[in-house]
Ligand binder design. Structure first.
Ligand code: MSP
Length: 685
């Protein structure tokens, strides 16, 4: 986005909480991270120097227990488990600058150095402590907290424990914290959360226990001055925000910390006091968001109602999922995930209002008007001028909402322009105007395309992939930034070279975005393919894999197709190691004419999607027996061998997270799809 570049480079340091490595990422984690990503992208677009941090919280009792149960060393367990977050963030297009892990040696050394300094300056002391302890939450509770001897947070039984521990002198900073919060309305945002913290601070604050004896818990950072103890996991975790930027002077303290409401107190009480004691400046703002509920209820593993971001993304692709998360949650409130609400947003805002508008404009122009299409940036019609004024005012409004941290309002503002455009296009009806007044039809198309271009540029931070795809379809020659008609301030020319493509946001619930109900209407491909040329795509299993002795790009595989083991050569050597492939289910094009590749027989081809930079990711046929075929509805059954050229005539691509052939979803007899985590629109070959 070309936009007002601030004279002095503003630094914008944004963080997410670091996620407990044991949890499977869910919609709540995805939400905070996408929100941080969207803010980071908008601030980059505003010309600021952004540093975006996320990561995993890897110490503590739960990790130690989980590793024990798996018979693994805790570090080995973490090294495996943290990948779930890294993988999901990559699928969601998260643009973080650093992923921190609290087991990284640099973080551990940082925590120890800070502890030594606090110890040396008398901020830490040892004392006997007796209290009620919850193993699950790893914390002590006071007598009045544990009515019935159960933990007020997790409802599990608590135990009575007496032990020596190390304490951080927190109580002495209580007055300072109250004054700081009162003097600084943006420190905790929204205001209701600041009031909650101030309310809590009306009671006397206790010092914070920052150690755990190793006899009880060894998986933590050792206290540098008492080797029998490790650091309390929150004290270790909060310091990630500083340790991550130790090597980047000037980044701290311009921080925006994003957190959910359940972790408000450690962030609004321990953290500012820790910073004060360490002589560090305070963070800028703590942005506290609400919870995602599921059909009105709290999500929990035991209720089995946890919304899985992976599954949602498979239905609509990462961009629409990001849009849904951002549009749906209003800052400060809880948000309810319902299937109906999800469909309504994705189909209503994206498939109908935005995607359909784009395809109507492009189709109409390509059919009726010259290409490239150009004309004056200054429209003559009064309605067009109103629309242009709205589009011109939009960037400032959107950025103002972003600065206010209200992304859902920013999106509402953009969608309002898109809806106004829909009304404009309808009232102009260029398909009618074409006969009596061709210049008017031409103006309607130019105005519509320019309005769409600006809306899509403003949506890039939320939907980077789809916005870029939409912008590419418009093929604007006159500008790429946010100004109407380019930098000439609307006095120049508009010029577009449109190109057609599949629906930008296929409607969910209709074929082919999700598993097609048996008689759903599907779009017929232009020329009916002939049976003799239809590819046969089977679920198959790799039995063994090895390097091809003669070709440095190929692997040589034994692939079981349900009936027999075939020899297959696949060009995936740069992306997969042979040892990770044995036992893997893949999608095999099984009726290709066999060929010899550098001396070895190849009896078929593995389907893989092409990601950014040409990286290949194998398509996953889902669980089931080898030999099951995947076909598109209405396509003739494969009859006999086909050549590679025949196969290449078919357009295979991802849509709704699954493989489409010539725009139609490939499904197995029981509705299974061929999935892949690459962005929608990726080519499959
Ligand atoms: N490890 C700590 C954070 C340490 S930060 C120095 C932690 N991790 S967590 O994985 O349990 O939670 C991380 C974030 O996910 C929190 O901000 C929490 O609010 C958020 N969410 C967890 N469940 C959620 C929902 N159902 N909805 C929205 N966000 C929720 O706490």
């Amino acid at each position: 986005m070309g936009l007002i570049i601030a004279a002095a480079l503003v630094k914008f340091y944004i963080t997410t909480p670091i996620y407990y490595v044991n949890d499977k990422p869910h919609i709540g984690h995805a939400y905070t991270t996408v929100l941080a990503d969207v803010l980071a992208r908008y601030h980059r677009a505003m010309g600021e120097e952004v540093f975006f941090l996320t990561g995993t919280d890897e110490h503590g009792q739960k990790v130690q227990q989980a590793a024990q149960q798996r018979g693994l060393d805790p570090q080995a367990h973490c090294d495996e488990a943290f990948r779930r977050f890294v993988d999901l963030w990559s699928k969601l297009g998260i643009s973080h600058d650093k992923f921190i892990r609290t087991t990284a040696p640099s973080h551990k050394a940082y925590v120890q150095a800070r502890l030594s300094a606090l110890h040396a300056q008398g901020d830490l002391y040892a004392a006997e402590y007796e209290g009620w302890y919850c193993v699950g939450c790893e914390r002590f509770w006071t007598e009045k907290d544990v009515a019935g001897e159960v933990c007020p947070d997790c409802q599990r039984p608590v135990q009575r424990l007496v032990e020596k521990n190390w304490f951080f002198r927190m109580a002495r900073h209580q007055e300072w914290l109250i004054q700081t919060l009162e003097a600084n309305p943006r420190l905790v945002f929204p205001e209701s959360r600041r009031n909650e913290v101030l309310g809590f601070l009306r009671q006397p604050l206790e010092d914070l226990c920052i150690s755990r004896p190793k006899i009880r818990l060894s998986w933590g950072i050792e206290l540098p001055f008492d080797r029998d103890y490790v650091t309390y996991v929150w004290f270790d975790a909060l310091l990630n925000y500083l340790s991550a930027v130790e090597e980047r002077p000037g980044t701290w303290p311009a921080a925006l910390h994003l957190i959910g409401k359940d972790i408000l107190m450690p962030h609004a009480i321990y953290w500012p006091i820790m910073l004060k004691a360490m002589g560090q400046g305070l963070f800028g703002t703590l942005l506290v968001h609400g919870w995602w509920l599921m059909n009105g209820r709290k999500m929990s593993k035991s209720l089995g109602n946890v919304a899985d971001p992976q599954a949602l993304m498979e239905r609509c692709g990462p961009d629409a999922f990001r849009y849904y998360l951002m549009r749906e949650m209003v800052l400060g409130q809880d948000s309810d995930f319902t299937d109906g609400g999800f469909l309504l947003r994705v189909n209503g805002d994206l498939a109908n209002d935005l995607g359909n508008m784009l395809s109507r404009v492009v189709k109409f122009a390509l059919k009726n008007l010259p290409s490239p299409l150009s004309g004056p940036a200054e429209p003559s019609g009064s309605e067009a001028r109103r629309l242009r004024a709205q589009a011109q005012a939009l960037p400032e409004q959107v950025f103002a909402w972003v600065r206010e941290l209200r992304i859902s309002q920013a999106l509402e503002e953009i969608m309002e322009l898109v809806r106004a455009l829909n009304r404009y296009f309808e009232s102009q009806s260029p398909w009618k105007a074409m006969k009596q007044d061709p210049p008017a039809a031409r103006e309607a198309v130019l105005v519509a395309a320019e309005t769409l271009r600006i809306a899509l540029v403003l949506l890039e931070s939320v939907m980077p992939g789809k916005s870029a795809e939409g912008i590419a379809r418009l093929g604007a020659k006159h500008a790429s930034g946010l100004e109407w008609g380019g930098a000439s301030g609307g006095r120049g020319e508009l010029a577009f070279e449109f190109s057609e493509g599949p629906a930008l946001f296929p409607r969910l619930g209709d074929a082919p975005a999700v598993a097609a109900p048996p008689h759903a209407a599907t779009v017929k491909p232009p020329a009916p393919p002939v049976a003799a040329l239809t590819p046969l795509i089977l679920r198959a299993r790799i039995e063994a894999a090895r390097l091809h002795p003669q070709a440095d790009k190929l692997l040589h595989l034994d692939v079981h197709d349900g009936a027999r083991v075939r020899s297959v050569c696949a060009g995936i050597r740069a992306f997969y190691k042979p040892e990770e492939l044995a036992g893997r289910l893949i999608a095999l094009v099984a009726n290709l004419k066999p060929a010899k590749l550098r001396g070895l027989l190849s009896e078929g081809m593995l389907l893989a999607a092409e990601g950014a930079g040409g990286a290949l990711e194998l398509v996953d046929p889902g669980p089931g027996t080898p030999g099951e075929a995947f076909a598109a509805e209405g396509q003739p059954a494969p009859a006999g061998e086909i050549t590679l050229e025949d196969f290449q005539r078919r357009a295979l691509a991802l849509g709704g997270g699954a493989v489409l052939m010539d725009g139609q979803l490939l499904v197995s007899p029981n509705g299974g799809k061929l999935r892949c985590g690459q962005p929608d629109g990726s080519k499959v070959r």
